[in-house]
Design a protein around this ligand. Sequence first.
Ligand code: HEC
Length: 493
Amino acid sequence: MLHRLLPLLCALAAAASAQDGGQLFTASCSACHGLDGKGATGGTFPPLAGSPWLLGDGQRAIKIALHGLEGPVNVLGKSFNLAMPPQGAAITDENLAAILTYVRSSWGNSGSAITPAQVKAARAATASRATPWSAEEILKLHPLPLEATALSHVVSSYYSGAWQTLPDFSKLKPDSTEEEQTGIITVSKNTKPTNFGIVWTASFDAPTDGNYTFTLDADDGARLILDSKTLAEINSIGPMNGSRAKQGKVKLTKGSHPIRIEYFQLASNKGLALGWKGPDAKDWKWLSEDQGQGKTAGPAHANHPPIPLVPAPDHAIFYRNFITGVSARSIGFGFPGGVNLAYSADHFAPELVWTGAFMDAGHHWTDRGIGNEPPAGENVVKLSTSPALPESARFKGYKLDAAGNPTFSVKIGEQTLLDSWKPSASTLVRTLTASGGTLTLLVGENATQQGQTLSFGDKFTVQATGAQIQTSSGKSTLTLAPGKPATLTYHWK
Ligand code: HEC
């Protein structure tokens, strides 16, 4: 008999706890967030319905509920600058789990359930916290996913040249080509101020059938091609202030359409604004970092909104920009599992490794080239500051495998060094392979060596297998036999 009753009992228990969650929400949260989750007193308080702060990674919402939140925060496009008092002391793990499970599955929300064990773990991890979070602090720990734009599979190719009108890019060879994971095109990422061109190819994903309008403005020139037809073109040099902006209308079927944007910059300011409006839409949606009416990439924006870069669960993300503490040509990689690397192409070396959040692209989003951006996470370790290889070494670029893990390649005369990185649990595993002769490279400075393990402080070690480490006067080197791979494991305690 019991086996027949069990499913019924379980269903009853689930219904009872869902109801408890609702009742507890009414008692603990609804005064401010509203019974309908839209924010009490007509939206003076922030909404929980549809809020990205509440959904996704449950730890973010648990930690906000436990300790509160204060200062500026943007929820669904609206800014608040209020204070939510800590709720943790008054609510048990079980009850907070029930409340969060209720709010994450009410009013159209579709977040996963929160368990008492998750609340308990978050409470223990933040036990020393005595003040509410700021939005910035909580984002460093638990970043919000980037908002999707209508562009996907964005690939940008950079060209050098001084043009007065748009060149025939198909006849030119790009200096470099890279993928933009943000679905946003930007001219300020290019370090060059003048004399360059960029071509972006991507898919434009039309959400419905109907008439679409695109707007294009540029400093200097640009062309928008959709489904192989030119929709808008500014084919001369001049400023981006709205006076030269062009619009194009097109009827699209729902689904993805190939889009191509060509751009050149001769002198003075650089800028590109590309926006679109779907059927019946009032406002432009922007596919570019710059927005229309003349806002070009200019001097530093002190108050940039954070844009945390987050790797996919099974794919690394990379960031090519100035990183604090790394030589100028640095390439950052954020790996799944919260381990991160900043590699210096000037020094052929990993210079920084850290855990937790990867990078905030917000600063360089709005101005490439001014200032450095520090790692967004914790436990930053500086491995070295000197070149890892002799002066004759040349950086030859890098390749990514299917999971986005890099292999850097360096030529030293006739010799080649392949330097591959991948995450494993919460360590970084580096495989080094030399060809063309024995090769000695620097793997750390100011570390203490014990056997084949280097310690940097008391929280971080690097362990070698397959080749010998040697330390003298503060420099630790690894000697590679040709064709015999060696492995270094970077481990935080
Ligand atoms: C006394 C009023 C008050 C109570 C009670 C309260 N909150 Fe808040 N909550 C706020 C305010 C105000 C903010 C925004 C703070 C800011 O501006 O930095 C906020 C922000 C939030 C956020 C992040 C922003 C958003 O809208 O998603 C979450 C999640 C949240 N609260 C959940 C809860 C939960 C769950 C409870 C009940 C356990 C609760 N709050 C109780 C006032 C309150």
